[in-house]
Design a protein. Sequence first.
Length: 437
Amino acid sequence: MTVDQAPRGVTSPTGCPVSRMAAGFDPFQGPYQVDPSSSLRQARAEEPVFYSPLLDYWVVTRYEDIKQIFKNPAVFSPRITLDQITPISDEALQILGSYEFAPGPTIVNEDEPIHTQRRRLLMQPFEADNVATFEPKIREVVNAYLDRVVKTGRADLIDDLLYEVPCIVALIFLGVPDEDIETCRHFGMQQTLFTWGHPDGEEQVRVATGMGKFWRFAGGLVEKLKADPDAKGWIPHAIEMQRQHPDLFDDNYLQNIMMSGVVAAHETTTNATGNAFRTLLENRSAWEQICADPTLVPKAVEECLRYSGSVVAWRRMAVNDTTVGGVDIPAGGRLLIVTASANRDDDIFPEPDEFDIHRGNARRHLTFGIGSHTCLGATLARLEMKIFLEETSRRLPHMSLVSGQEFTYLPNTSFRGPEHVLVEWDPQQNPVPADRP
C-alpha cells in the first residue's frame, strides 16, 4: 500500500499505515459525488485497494480485482450488500421496531447454495422473451408522457418523464396496479438514503419513519396480490413459487423482495436514463448520430452504462483472510467495490474518459455486476433505456440541455443519477407525433 505522506498514527485493521489519499476519501461529498470514476483515477494508478478509516471499508477500484470479487461469492460474501453503510441511531432503531421492520435476505444479499436455488425459481419473468412482451406498453407510456411536453418547448426530464414512467413499468412488471406511483417514488428515495447514504440526527429519524412505512406498504401489496388469483407479474410469480416451495420462500422473504424490487426496477432505471440523456446531450455529436441512425441506440445504451451508470459501487465481505490486488484483507473485512471506477480502467477500456458510442467492448462494463449475482433486471433496464432514447430522439431531435444548470445528486455511495435534467427545444420545429414512424 502506498503510504507517502501518511497521516501519523492512522492504520488499517491489518496494521498497514493509511495514506493521505485513503484517509481523505469521503464518498458522501466532494469529488466522489461529482464524478466517482474520475475521483478515483489516482487510486487506480497508485493505490488500487485502500482502507478507508471513515467507512471502515476496503475500497477496490480496478476492473480485474472487482471482476474476481463478483465471481467468487464463496470468498466475498454478498450478505452485507443491503446493510446500512452509516450506523443507525438508537432512536431510529426504535422507530423501525414500531413498524415491525424485519429486513431479511433478498436475491441480492444471500449466500450460496440457497441463492442459486431461489434465483432459478424466480428467474422466469426476467428471461428475454418474457421481458420483450413489455415493449409495446413501455412505448405507449413513454409517448403518452412525451405528448404532455412536446408543445411546451421545455421540460425537466426527471420530473416530467423519467421518474413516473419507470415506476409505472416497475409496478406492471411486479404485478402491482399503477395507482401507487407517488408512494413508490417517495419510498425508493428513502431506501437509497437509508441503505447507502449518510443520514444523521433528525434525518435518520425521518428516513427510518419512511422505511417503516415502506415496509408496511410492501407487506400490504403482497397480501393484496395473494388475494388476487388473476394477478400477473414477478411478485405473483414469487407467490406461486412460495406455494410450490414453502421451504424456500416465507412471507418475510416476499415482503423483502417487494421492497427491493420497487427500488431496483424503478430508481436504478430512472438514474441510468437520466445519466444517459445528460451524457448524450453533453456529447452533441453522439446525440445527433442516434437521431440520424436509431440502430446505434443499443450501442449508446451500453456506452452510457459504462461511462455513467446508475450503480456506481457495491459491497462484499471477506469470508476468510484473503488478498485483493496484493493487499491483505482480514476475515470479516468489508469491501466497497467501485464499479464506476472499474468502468474507467484503461487496462480494459482504451481512452476510458472518452465517451464513444462506437466503443467495441462497452458491454464489458460492470454496472450490472457479473457472475451469479448479475442484476436480474438487466434485460428490462436495457429495454427501457433503449425505448426512452429511441422515442425521445425521434420526436425531439433538436432538444438540448438548458445552459448553466447545476446537476445535483442524492449523496450516497452506490446509486447515482441527476435529481433534475432541464432541456429545451423550439416547439415551432414541429415535433414528431407519437404515431408517425
